[in-house]
Design a protein around this ligand. Structure first.
Ligand code: ADP
Ligand code: GN1
Ligand code: MG
Length: 372
């Protein structure tokens, strides 16, 4: 583990949680763009027990108690389902919140930061890029199963942890406002990217209009199904656990399917600088459709199935818009690791959209065949 001083004092945070044994060490973990995630080891080094600690990013999630209420309800519901069917290794199939010493699910430190702790899921890995169709199928199966497990979540409706999170019209309008204000004088340098967005504007209203007409139903969805939010079993490759539950809330099934395509279909990471490497892989798309329909096909309605291909373009567009907006606003939302990082990320999304557009007929065929 690293010896660089950490941004937070994990030893004192961890003391507030119901964990026995001796605190050994903590280190930053993962490549998420939003929260601060740490792996913390307890016990003896040769037989350490690992935990995941997370500081919830409260400038994005304005109501951490409501968010934690969602997470607790969702994880208990999924756990109950697993218990009912006598599933094996339940602690690896659903996130387990470790309680605080006061019996709550989060701790607020002196700086007003909200912390939570999960059991560490062993012998499984998250991938920023996937290499095989089997990985794509397993990931999509796991996200589809997650939607299915939550289809009968009892009321009340989950809290909207970020209002309008997938409201693509609002995301587009926010981009337009950022272009007009241009607070960091960056718009001129990304003119072709802005023009790309303006040309694609009509896309942003399509699913919202279908939802307003009652054609697409509201469901409980994950809303952030990028590939590194599902853990694949190291031994079997199975999509063993869906993680990063901060955005689980009411949404459209297509938001989840679209984001899987956005992150899995390109052979590159989402911030690749060599755009010639960015393209939509059809073997991966087919595997995503098959995996997703294997678990979600039973409850999706015909309109949802008819828009699977479109959702890949729309969600890729929406996230591209968000990266570009953040670049124009001075990188205040997504963590960046180099200048221009968000603009690079945006361009990968736009390149993917062009590739999805070229392959639309093939993609439609893949859905028809998988749904036959
Ligand atoms: P962010 O919202 O910042 O993306 P995540 O909840 O996705 O945060 O966590 C970041 C990374 O930490 C994940 O991609 C995963 O690799 C790892 N991780 C998160 N929770 C667990 C867990 N319970 N067990 C093992 N690894 C985890
Ligand atoms: C963020 O938290 P993380 O890194 O899994 C973002 C998603 C974006 C994604 C782009 C709460 O996901 O919406 O699609 O980055 N999460 C939030 O990589 O905004
Ligand atoms: Mg994540």
């Amino acid at each position: 583990m690293t010896s660089t001083p950490l941004k937070h004092d994990l030893r004192s945070v961890a003391a507030h949680f119901e964990i026995g044994g001796e605190f050994l060490e903590a280190a930053p973990y993962g490549t998420g763009h939003i929260n601060d995630t740490y792996m913390v080891n307890y016990g003896k080094l040769e037989a350490a027990t690992k935990y995941i600690f997370q500081r919830i990013n409260h400038s994005i999630f304005k109501n951490p108690p409501a968010l934690m209420d969602n997470v607790a309800r969702v994880t208990s519901h999924v756990r109950r389902k697993l218990e009912e069917r006598h599933a094996d290794q339940i602690a690896r199939r659903v996130l387990t919140l470790v309680p605080t010493r006061e019996g709550g699910t989060w701790h607020v430190d002196a700086g007003g930061n909200h912390w939570r702790c999960y059991l560490f899921i062993e012998r499984a890995t998250t991938y920023d890029q996937i290499t095989t169709a089997a990985q794509a199928r397993e990931a999509a199966k796991a996200f589809g199963l997650f939607q299915k497990q939550l289809a009968d979540l009892p009321p009340p409706r989950l809290h909207e942890t970020v209002p309008g999170f997938h409201h693509s019209r609002q995301r587009f309008d926010a981009l337009r406002a950022a272009v007009e204000e241009d607070p960091c004088n960056r718009a001129a340098a990304v003119k072709p990217d802005i023009e790309f967005c303006l040309r694609h504007e009509p896309m942003v209203d399509v699913l919202l209009a279908l939802q307003a007409r009652g054609v697409l139903p509201e469901r409980v969805t994950h809303n952030d199904t990028k590939l590194n939010n599902v853990m694949l079993d190291d031994a079997t490759g199975e999509g063993v656990c869906v993680i990063d539950l901060d955005t689980v809330m009411p949404g459209l099934s297509l938001y989840d399917f679209g984001d899987m395509c956005r992150t899995a279909c390109s052979p590159t990471a989402e911030d690749e600088r060599d755009l010639s490497r960015v393209e939509a892989r059809m073997d991966i798309f087919e595997a995503l459709v098959r995996g997703y329909l294997a678990t979600a096909g039973g409850f999706l309605n015909p309109a949802e199935k008819d828009h699977l291909v479109f959702s890949a373009r729309l969600i890729t567009f929406e996230i591209g818009i968000r990266f570009l907006t953040d670049h124009l606003r001075g990188d205040r939302y997504f963590k960046i690791h180099r200048p221009g990082h968000n603009a690079d990320r945006a361009r990968v999304q736009f390149k993917m959209i062009e590739s999805f557009e070229r392959r639309e007929a093939e993609m439609n065929r893949a859905v028809k065949e998988a749904d036959a």
